[in-house]
Design a protein around this ligand. Sequence first.
Ligand SMILES: [Cu+2]
Length: 707
Amino acid sequence: MSYHTRLLAPVVTLLSSTALAQPANIEEILVIGVQDTHTVRTDDTMVAPADTAELLKKMPGANINKNGELTGIAQYRGMFGDRVNVSINGAHVSSGGPNAMDAPLHYAPVALIESLSISRGIVPVSAGQETIGGHVHAETYSGDFGNSTEWQLAGRTYLGGQSVNNGSVGSALLSLTNRNHILRAFLMKERGDDSEFHDGRITPSNYDRDRWDAGYSYQRGNHEFSFDFARNNTLDSGTAALPMDINSLDSELLRSRYQWSNLDYTFTAEYSLNDIRHWMSNYHLRRPPLNAQGNPDLARFRNTYTSSDNSGLVLKLEKDVDNGLWRAGVDSHFSEHLALILNPNAAAFFTDNFKDIERNVIGAFIEREMSLSSNTGLEIGVRYNRVTSDSGAVDVNLNPANLSAGMPFQMNNMAHTLAAQFNAKDLSQSDGNTDWFARFSIDTSYDVTWYVGAARKSRSPSYQERYLWMPASSAGGLADGKIYMGDPDLKPEVAHEMEVGFDMNRGRFTFYPRAFYKEVTDFIQGVPSTNALANSLAQMLANAGMGSANPLQFANVDASYYGFDMESSYELSERLTLRSVLSIVRGQREDIRDDLYRISPDNMILSLDYTKNNWTASLESMTYADQKRVSNTNLEAKTDGYTIVNLTGRINVSPDMELGMGVNNLLDKEYEDHLAAYNRAWNPDVAIGARLPGLGRSVYARMMWYF
Ligand SMILES: [Cu+2]
């Protein structure tokens, strides 16, 4: 793994004319900053799993809430889901499924990405619209312009396999380039069987995904233009932590970018359009629901169709000035969602889980990066977002007349009453949210740059939090086994955060610690529902073997997060480097005594890297503390600590070819992954409701051939 670092503010080179008709001279101004991102480049990092979100485990403060092998939800400093802004080449993808089976990083497969970065701590307001919990950025391969008019063909073949699930991935990236044009294409196929753990298999955890991309870039003079199209089709893929599994996720992703720049100005326009169609079911990959006699219980079969249509536009202007730069822009993200629950055994049965949902965000921001003196730098910015959301009128038919697969008349009547109550509410909502941030850094010499930052960030409720009208588990992949009710009148949550730290680069030693505190007012969290009708319907459904009783109702509460994370490295010798990453976070309610749900346990990575001529090897330990600070509200189970050991090696057999091999969980340690939720699918090896185990030993290999 390598650290690719960027200054807090980019190095700004500019022409400055001095007073009194002196000839103009070129001088360099450096805006003092600290390392504010952590990047993992896939060329330098061996990744066995198919899910890009797994890379987050290696980054300070970051982790993954794993609901399936292709269903990893980004977590940063305790916040996750819609609170963490994920961008892929600058574009934001709104998940097709209301339980985030296709969390945003689903659309950036490991074989396609060049790098994955997190913003450490305070995120500039230009990074994205809603960044209350942080910012993750994936960059895919796009090819490089040549330096003559000659056309050149270049490419990369990536083949990989792993033993834990007989998984394999094959991909090819091709580019035809000269100095003005890039034509590119990408093709990928990956699949895996059910994953093994120490005492068995996680069923279902198989996956299957096809992907192709085609793109074009053009540059001439001050202009650069690009256009990309992708189809990302996920087939049967298990998500044992959720009530259903993926049947299909068919998506078309389109993005386009134009940039114009001269000495003083850079103008960027980005547009993206995503179209996602998704089917899932509770019977095609996992054992279908059974009745007391052990026969299929036709009334409990469910399949669900969902869709997401979303588009984004960003217009941004940067101007270089004497002591830094100005940056201003406007952006929009519009999304539409639908989720329809069906029973394949009862044609008339349906539930509008979500109907004609809209959630639109229009924002504007302005930022300033400046050097205050030769050793101090400041970055400030402010953003305003207008968030509007709405839902169509919902309907339901539990098909009570169908004796073999319908549901009782009484339940149907209760569901109808809930729908009517929901439809009578004012569903159209709009919020005006103001965010700001400031980061100050001072180079104190002695190889240390101190840094302090503060921000106010907000997030409007998700469509699930506002418009879930019938008790159900469609809650953005919380996977706590609870069922939820939404509330259209929820207010946006607002966080105030502070961060302090320093960067030390002293010869062979680097050390980047950060401490943070974040207070969130109107934090959106499920609290025990007081809706008597919803509660009794949930109880009746639970008695009939569907969902669970005692739903939670999304509500505005108060919460806080604090913690510490750091990355550090020490060159023991020319060839040997010791690296470490430490992440500690606490998240708690401030209105009652409770901890927040699904917070990463304290963890530390220690790694010894050896490099020689054309090969490298790395021995790594990942230690997780027990997690006893759990959410009583979410009935969260505690987990014990553990250490797993990983080994990797890579060799450049020729300048064009690299072979890599590794073993994850070398000692085949049996452990519970606190962030992997609970089993919802029948399995002889894991009880329903038990925490899903961490994966067993996996030997994996990859080959990369560049041409
Ligand atoms: Cu789904």
